[in-house]
Design a protein around this ligand. Structure first.
Ligand code: ADP
Ligand code: ADP
Length: 223
């Protein structure tokens, strides 16, 4: 499991993340919900190893991740715009990390088929990202993130770039996909609906601090 203990990230005099303690059990989806500027992205980047901690610790299954570089943490990142390689087909995008690892090509082909099935894009193998809708691109990004069977997936506002209709449709799918894949996920968002659509647990963040956390229906009271 993921454990953050008193994690602080400072930029100069400002603590973007201020003594945050959070735990995430295998198979759980935790949403960190808070307004723009409260430190969500910084927190996610710190977990990914993209941001040095000023103090505190991040560990996985009891092992401190200090000094462990991003690509060795076993985490997958999926950011807002999906960031697909525009010149590669859908299949090549999904296969990217597997090929980097020199996975045998027969295995890559099987895995790509499984993943495209999982995200509802069977048959899209040869399409280029430029020919896909926003929601389809997000699904490809998700398949790509899941390809290497990450022990944790980090999602930064995965649905925010989409229009309202598409967001609603993809939210249900994304939740099912995460659960079907048994994935542990940490997502950050400013969007209350996105958090509720996807997560089991909620941490409410304000000005760098987690002010409340728990099962989603326990934490949230209608204001
Ligand atoms: P959120 O993701 O919730 O919008 P961020 O984590 O992006 O918030 O930012 C939290 C705070 O840290 C903000 O006040 C932001 O201006 C500041 N901040 C973020 N990144 C940097 C940086 N690289 N240098 C200086 N300040 C930063
Ligand atoms: P080094 O000890 O090799 O100088 P750093 O301390 O700069 O390495 O950290 C290397 C990586 O580990 C960075 O990506 C940083 O975000 C991350 N990191 C640093 N301290 C911690 C910590 N206590 N827990 C988890 N990750 C950490």
């Amino acid at each position: 499991m993921l454990q953050l203990t008193d994690v602080t990230v400072r930029y100069g005099d400002t603590a973007a993340v201020d003594e945050v303690t959070l735990a995430l059990e295998p198979g759980q989806v935790l949403a960190v919900l808070g307004p723009s500027g409260c430190g969500k992205s910084t927190l996610l980047r710190a977990v990914a190893g993209l941001e040095p901690l000023t103090s505190g610790s991040v560990s996985w299954a009891g092992a401190d991740l200090v000094g462990v570089p991003t690509h060795k943490r076993g985490f997958a990142l999926m950011f807002q715009d999906g960031q697909l390689f525009a010149h590669l087909t859908v299949a090549r995008n999904v296969a990217y990390a597997l090929r980097l690892r020199r996975t045998p090509s027969a295995r890559v082909a099987t895995r790509v088929r499984e993943l495209l099935d999982l995200v509802g894009l069977a048959g899209y193998d040869d399409r280029l990202p430029g020919t896909l809708s926003g929601g389809e691109r997000q699904r490809v990004a998700l398949a790509r993130a899941l390809a290497v069977e990450p022990r944790l997936i980090l999602l930064d506002e995965p649905l925010s770039a989409l229009d309202a209709t598409l967001r609603e449709r993809l939210a249900g799918d994304l939740r099912e996909i995460l659960h079907a894949a048994g994935t542990t996920a940490l997502l950050v968002t400013h969007d209350h609906d996105e958090a509720f659509a996807l997560a089991d647990r909620l941490a409410v963040m304000r000005a760098g601090r987690v002010v409340q956390q728990g099962a989603i229906d326990e934490v949230w009271r209608e204001p």
